[in-house]
Ligand binder design. Structure first.
Ligand code: ABU
Length: 407
């Protein structure tokens, strides 16, 4: 198996920087067995952090105090462009060929009403847990726009996780590779501006052109693992391709995040003592790490049994348990137009002992229970249809806790 993967990696159009063998010898982190080092607050480098400001989140599990939740209003169906097809099962392409550019609410009105009602219920459940909820703007994504390189209308305000990443007291606005999402940041602009005015650090990763050098129009409809639709001409970072564990952030090369993007984030965060590590999973249509690898709490990660992690040993050596998610129980025929059933594992940690999880994913509730995590069950099935679970639909703005090193 490992030999086959190494061969696949070496055949990639965009080769990995180092071989799998070299990586296991050197590149991840010096993972130290079960010994979670406290953050060195005496180090002047770290004192740049301001945990008293409006924005503060260091990992995926500290107690959640404030969260941004996306909005379904005015969401538009993606066009069947090459970068969209790269991420989506070919069996579903006909839907985008027929409906691309139309409002979802017009394409599936009955389903849409249920989706909207699920989002509003989710908001109430989160508020009921004592967490402050802020909302994205109901931006009209049907409006046409033009850049020097292409014309389109927009997509949606539904998935803040794809575009926003909070690291300590900084909000980082990511890039988004699908051309239809080029100006999606405006849906979150007022929210981000407000945090910035109140003292948060705010960074926008350089806006890529998304031109024909960056997006390969001749991409294979049946890509092998590692054959990406995006090239390396400019950095691409989608925030949902990264998960945070204090001073260590783990990310993946996908169709929407490239090596240049990972390197950009690495160099940006290094001066603050944050290390960005690239992980590799065998998934030919990779888009966003949070249906593949989810950090639950110190020492526990949820893994996707169908998308094996190549760097498993590093985590195990560091005393982490990698727990496979069960096969999701999404009913046959349920329209999962923009994602796979693995959105089931796209959960949101309320704190290290509680998780927001789809109500019907009973097997997953049991898996969490074994990890000492109690499920807060919420309906999500219709929200899944446009490509996101609880993690995707949210961006944690404040989590109570410290910047610590877990490796
Ligand atoms: N938000 C992208 C979902 C990727 C997947 O279906 O696994």
């Amino acid at each position: 198996m490992l030999r086959r993967l190494v061969q696949q990696c070496s055949q990639m159009k965009t080769p990995l920087r180092v071989s799998v063998a070299q990586r296991s010898a050197s590149s991840l982190v010096d993972l130290r067995e079960g010994d979670y080092k406290s953050f060195d607050t005496q180090n002047p480098q770290y004192q740049q952090f301001n945990d008293k400001g409006p924005v503060w989140a260091c990992n995926e599990w500290d107690p959640l105090e404030e969260v941004l939740i996306g909005r379904p209003e005015n969401a538009v169906v993606p066009y069947a462009r090459v970068e969209v097809k790269a991420c989506i099962d070919p069996k579903k392409w006909h839907f985008f060929e027929k409906n691309g550019g139309k409002y979802w609410a017009d394409v599936m009105p009955e389903h849409w009403k249920k989706l909207v009602s699920e989002v509003e219920t989710f908001v109430k459940v989160v508020e009921g847990e004592g967490i402050k909820v802020v909302r994205a703007d109901a931006f009209d994504h049907g409006k046409e726009f033009k850049t020097p390189f292409f014309a389109s209308n927009g997509l949606y305000s539904a998935m803040p996780r794809d575009i926003l990443m909070v690291v300590g007291d900084e909000i980082i606005e990511a890039t988004l590779a699908w051309r239809q999402r080029y100006f999606e940041f405006y849906a979150f602009r007022n929210v981000v501006l407000d945090y910035w005015k109140r003292g948060a650090k705010w960074t926008m990763i350089p806006k890529p052109s998304c031109d024909s050098r960056l997006i390969n129009e001749n991409h294979s409809p049946d890509p092998k693992y590692g054959d990406f639709v995006t090239t390396e001409t400019e950095p691409l970072v989608e925030a949902a391709d990264f998960v945070r564990a204090g001073t260590d952030i783990f990310g993946q090369r996908s169709h929407v995040t490239n090596q240049a993007g990972i390197e950009w984030l690495r160099r940006h965060l290094a001066p603050r003592g944050i290390r960005v590590h690239e992980l590799h999973f065998v998934e030919p249509r990779a888009m966003h790490i949070d249906t593949t690898f989810a950090l639950v709490k110190p020492g526990y990660a949820l893994t996707n049994p169908k998308r094996p992690l190549l760097e498993k040993d590093k985590f195990i050596k560091a005393g982490w348990k990698l727990v496979d998610a069960p096969i999701p129980s999404v009913p046959d025929g349920h329209p999962m137009w923009m994602a796979s059933v693995w959105l089931a594992m796209n959960t949101l940690m309320k704190d290290p002992s509680h998780v927001f999880v789809e109500k019907n994913e009973v097997a997953l509730h049991k898996v969490f229970e074994k990890m000492g995590v109690k499920s807060i069950p919420v309906d999500l099935l219709h929200m899944n249809t446009i490509g996101g679970g609880f993690h995707c639909w949210t961006c944690d703005i404040r989590r109570r806790g410290k910047m610590e090193c877990y490796f």
